[in-house]
Design a protein. Structure first.
Lengths: 472, 254
């Protein structure tokens, strides 16, 4: 049962809690802008194998050749100045496994964000990325003994080159979209996870991504492989300082769930309002596998993100449960994609969005069923909540069904945070802001209850901050 | 408790407009602690408009004076009125999906009492009131009015009345859409509140409820006005003769 946050507690804001920044005293950074020289420098610095170096250069050519998307918020997209971004920034000399060894200013950042504390309390492993590199990484010993690999992506490539090479970019090829190509060219950091057959990682693994520098691009790359019958829950969190200039976050996340495996990927993204968040996330689910994306999008200037599951094996199940909160001036363009390639596969998309002030939320979804994939079931539900007269929401649900033996459910609902609901709650003594918060918290409850308790509390608190001063 | 010489609720010369349409056209009421008044009248005569406007619904424009235990509360917001001990049981209670009955009630009780009630104590009180109303304890975990039947909604309104313990309550057709068992439960709740000195106005257009709740005063309400005031026998007369013999035009002074 979610308790009602006290209105009296409202008062802190993003700026104080997450929006601070450290001085930019860095160990290494590439010059501004994007070129083959920059790509070469990154690859050399990382002492990568030749195939990865070539992969990066090829990706850059594809990025440069590909036009910007002609759909979505083309206005906001056109404002990205790719020459005014620094693509690689390394803050510390090396990665540490003890917080004591992490340089003081960086450690202080993560202390303020509560990461070491969360690690002590309820995580099996933590990876903390600061700018382009993972600065801290630690895994519980039991996991290592079980044969679980949890590394930052760069170490993963060094230590498990064959495994990485076999799977890297197989789910999201370079040319998938312009931003996947960009990530492929300049990627750095992210997580590499391999869970062996029939192994269950009972408590979550977490990665935390922090952008500190101004006009910075963060391009982490994550690959998670759950072998047959394995089970893992991975959580990512993200924040950045508040700057008047824009930064870019463009991740690529690939999940592979082998036969009977289960992967849950939870995101609580809480970017500051100057971040372009353009992320490609896709999973492949083999026979009887289950992949769940639990995706919470707060903050950012523009988010474009459509977690996908390709259901390749019979009876595989894919799920996306997402919420997006678009505050004034923000555009959350989020959704989901489900591709049913095998018979008797099932998928479920639940998308909830809240637009407040001049905030704008777009649901963009695609469900595809291939001819021959009989006995599939899919259900799509989109709920949008509007707060204020200027708030906006749009829904673009696309279905491409090439098979007759399919059950499709689709439901879309738009509601306004209504005067009647408010009057009802206020007639019970709740103040206006408390009543609004209660309605919004109720709206996102189906999402919140899927989160581990600590994250549910955190999310409720974030929503409380977003709702501050929302009257009208 | 309140000064017994003073009514717990009074309103004087209340007019209510919806947009530029005058729906309530001059209403006076005075209710003492523990007193029950019934307001009876045909559909569309403005009873709900009066009740909502008295509670401070922002969509309605109210003119006149509204007092709670002698204090002028005319221009207070609904939540301020609630915290001063006023309650409205809605004719059409509103659903708030995702918010459980228990968490909503705990927030409301804390707001109205001005202190946080400890969870255990609150739970005990809630379960005991729910038992009084023959409600399944599982009800506490359901989302507020979301998918509730008509009868469940009305019971929940009475549960709120008993938990919030106002000085004065307006009950808008809390009896409609109930089967006879539910009606008895609701009536018991109303009688229990009255025995704790809550002053009440029951808005209804059936005499049925009044078989179980004995009002002290009955008002007949037509076309935005109280056209007649009498004792419980007036309700029976209405049952027999309907409203036609009462001419709204002849209302004037009662
Ligand atoms: N929100 C509203 N907007 C416009 N007209 C309304 C509204 N609420 C009530 N009315 C009108 O006011 C009159 C009185 O309605 P109401 O107060 O609901 O009557 P009762 O409760 O006595 O049945 C009716 O003519 C009704 O159509
Ligand atoms: Mg009515």
């Amino acid at each position: 049962m979610a308790s009602t946050p006290k209105v009296a507690d409202i008062g802190t804001d993003y700026g104080q809690r997450y929006g601070f920044h450290d001085p930019e005293e860095y160990f290494m950074r590439t010059p501004k802008g994007l070129s083959h020289e920059v790509v070469e420098a990154i690859s050399r610095l990382k002492k990568e194998p030749e195939w990865m170096r070539e992969f990066r250069h090829k990706a850059l050519d594809i990025f440069l050749a590909k036009p910007m998307p002609t759909w979505g918020d083309t206005q906001m997209l056109s404002e990205i100045d790719f020459d005014d971004i620094t693509y690689y920034v390394r803050a510390t000399e090396k990665q540490e496994t003890s917080w004591e060894d992490v340089p003081e200013n960086v450690k202080r950042t993560f202390d303020r964000l509560g990461i070491p504390e969360a690690e002590r309390k309820f995580l099996a492993g933590v990876s903390a990325q600061y700018e382009s590199e993972v600065v801290y990484h630690s895994v519980k010993e039991e996991l290592t003994k079980q044969g679980v690999i949890f590394l930052d992506m760069d170490s993963g490539l060094r230590e498990h080159e064959e495994l990485v090479r076999k799977h890297f970019a197989t789910v999201i090829p370079i040319a998938d979209n312009k931003f996947a190509a960009l990530n492929s060219a300049v990627w750095s950091g992210g997580s590499f996870i391999y869970v062996p057959k029939n192994t269950e990682v009972a408590i979550p693994l977490q990665a935390y991504f922090r952008i500190n520098a101004e006009r910075m691009g963060q391009f982490e790359r994550t690959l998670i492989i759950a072998d047959e019958g394995a089970k893992v829950h991975y959580i990512e969190g993200c924040t950045a300082p508040v700057y008047s200039t824009n930064s870019l976050h463009s991740a690529v996340v690939e999940l592979i769930a082998m036969k009977g495996a289960r992967i849950r990927y939870t995101t609580i993204q809480n970017w500051s309002n100057n971040i372009y968040n353009l992320v490609t996330k896709r999973a492949v689910a083999w026979e009887d596998a289950v992949v769940e994306w639990v995706d919470g999008n707060l903050g950012s200037k523009l988010t474009m993100k459509y977690p996908a599951v390709i259901l390749k094996g019979e009876r595989a199940h894919g799920e996306v449960l997402s919420i997006a909160f678009a505050g004034p001036g923000q555009h959350q363009d989020a959704g989901a994609k489900m591709t049913h390639l095998a018979p008797n596969t099932t998928s479920k998309i639940t998308s909830k969005s809240i637009s407040k002030g001049t905030g704008r939320a777009t649901y963009r979804g695609l469900v595809k069923v291939r001819k021959g994939a009989s006995g599939c079931k899919t259900s799509v539900q989109c709920d949008a909540l509007l707060i204020g007269e200027a708030a906006r929401t749009d829904t673009y649900p696309t279905m491409e069904i090439a098979e007759d033996q399919v059950r499709v459910e689709h439901e879309a609902r738009v509601s306004k945070l209504g005067d009647e609901q408010l009057f009802y709650l206020r007639s019970r003594g709740l103040k206006d802001d408390q009543a609004r918060l209660m309605i919004v918290n109720g709206f996102i409850e189906p999402f919140v209850k899927e989160l581990p308790m600590e994250y549910a509390v955190e999310l409720n608190r974030l929503i409380e901050l977003e709702m501050e001063g929302s009257v009208g | 408790m309140s000064d017994s010489s003073q009514p717990v609720f009074s309103c004087k010369d209340v007019h209510v407009w919806i947009a530029d349409k005058e729906v309530v056209k001059g209403v006076d009421l005075e209710i003492s602690a523990g007193e029950i008044h019934a307001i009876m009248g045909p559909n569309g005569s403005g009873k709900s408009t009066l009740a909502n406007a008295l509670m401070g619904h922002p969509a309605y424009t109210l003119e006149g004076t509204v007092k709670l235990a002698g204090e002028d509360v005319t221009s207070l917001s609904p939540d301020e009125k609630a915290r001063k001990g006023m309650f409205l049981a809605f004719q059409y209670p509103v659903a708030v999906p995702g918010v459980t009955v228990a968490s909503f009630l705990r927030a409301a009780v804390s707001a109205v009492r001005g202190t946080e009630t400890p969870v255990r104590e609150f739970r005990k009180e809630l379960l005991s009131r729910m038992e009084d109303l023959a409600m399944d304890p599982a009800f506490a975990g359901r989302y507020l009015n979301d998918g509730f039947s008509g009868g469940e909604k009305k019971r929940l309104e009475i549960l709120q009345l008993l938990m919030l313990k106002p000085r004065f309550a307006l009950l808008d057709e809390t009896d409609s859409g109930l089967d006879i068992d539910a009606l008895k439960v609701v009536a018991e709740g109303i009688n229990a509140a009255a025995s704790q000195d809550v002053g009440m106005v029951l808005v209804t257009h059936y005499q049925r409820l009044l078989n179980y709740v004995r009002p002290h005063v009955v008002h007949v309400f037509m076309d935005g006005r109280i056209v007649r005031t009498g004792g419980p026998e007036l309700a029976l007369e209405l049952e027999e003769r309907g409203y036609d013999w009462l001419e709204p035009a002849a209302a004037g002074g009662v």
